[in-house]
Design a protein around this ligand. Structure first.
Ligand code: ASP
Length: 323
């Protein structure tokens, strides 16, 4: 028998629609109580760890989930984890767990775009697919996975791309790592190893700033440097910024605030290529750290994890650059 712990955190998958068309959480989570035909040899333990819409999830909840998972794997003879979660920040929780847990067993996140009593509700189906993946040996060693709409994505690169469509989760640049068919779990790729830090705190204030045409350094000058522990900038194209940003950005760096750069482009990797004023070459020389193909919300978590793991200097920039 394979024991899977299903940790329910809330989100649309656990909500219902009322007569006015409003989607809202109820007292009971319909997914945690549903009768489903489990994959052969699978025993499931349901636990409602939170009942939160995912915009209410914080890094402190992610840390709590990590501790709960480690405890279950070490003390409760659990061989796989499924987490149901709101889709809005699902990719962030998945990324946090992927970056902080040294995996031996599959950890799979899923959610739903349609609540439990809506026509074409995808919650139970996605939950069953996630259970199938979490109980399959092929999922071992693939990092934290996100299973939705018959696709398997890596926590590292998946992102929510549509406000309402059930096919919202996509993996830009790389594509899904596998699929769920009627009879099988099929993987296409192998994920590269990435350093993990089993942190016990998530302290720090790290805002994300998005670049745009005509941007100046006004927003950098508004930052309280004493209350800012790091900064993530979603830069333009291959990794460039408008020239008027530079003065403010230099002040941030002079205050020893680490700055991570990602691209606001949906696909590709930001790199120091251009040598004009504000170009990536100049930014790298100033000490801006280039990330490696993850989006800004994940880069923010990565910097938070790096800082809480007490990484500094090249150790921190290597960690940031390692996807
Ligand atoms: N707003 C919801 C949430 O993230 C959306 C969802 O679950 O799909 O909790």
């Amino acid at each position: 028998m394979r024991k899977i712990l299903a940790l329910h955190t809330g989100g649309t998958i656990s909500m219902h629609e009322d007569e006015l068309g409003q989607v809202l959480p109820g007292e009971e989570n319909p997914i945690a109580r549903a009768e489903i035909a489990l994959p052969e040899n699978v025993e499931i333990i349901n636990e409602e760890i939170f009942n939160l819409p995912s915009p209410h999830i914080t890094p402190a909840h992610m840390l709590q989930l990590k501790e709960r998972i480690l405890y279950a794997i070490q003390h409760e003879n659990v061989q796989g984890i499924v987490i149901t979660h709101g889709t809005d920040t699902l990719e962030e929780t998945a990324y946090f767990l992927d970056s902080t847990i040294q995996l031996m067993f599959p950890i799979v996140l899923t959610g739903a775009m349609r609540s439990s009593n809506e026509l074409g509700s995808d919650g139970l189906y996605n939950f069953l697919s996630a259970l199938r993946v979490a109980s399959d040996n092929k999922a071992i060693g693939k990092g934290v996975l996100v299973v939705m709409n018959d696709e398997i994505h890596t926590a590292r690169y998946v992102t929510k791309t549509h406000t309402t469509n059930v096919a919202t989760f996509r993996t830009p640049t790389h594509g899904p790592i596998g699929i769920v068919t009627k009879t099988e779990i099929v993987f296409f790729h192998q994920l590269q190893y990435q350093e993990k830090y089993n942190i016990s705190t998530v302290d720090g204030n790290i805002p994300i700033i998005k670049a745009y045409a005509g941007m100046t350094d006004e927003i950098f000058n508004m930052l309280d440097f004493h209350k800012t522990n790091g900064l993530v900038i979603e830069a333009l194209g291959a990794g460039n910024l408008p020239p008027k940003v530079l003065e403010g950005l230099k002040k941030v760096l002079l205050n020893d605030i680490p700055v991570v750069l990602v691209s606001r482009c949906f696909n590709g990797i930001a790199e120091p290529v251009y040598a004009y004023t504000g170009g990536g070459m100049e930014l790298a020389k100033l000490g801006v750290m280039f990330s490696n193909g993850i989006n800004s919300q994940k880069a923010r978590l990565k910097l938070l994890i790096g800082l809480n793991a007490k990484l500094k200097g090249t150790e921190l920039s290597d960690f940031i650059h390692d996807a």
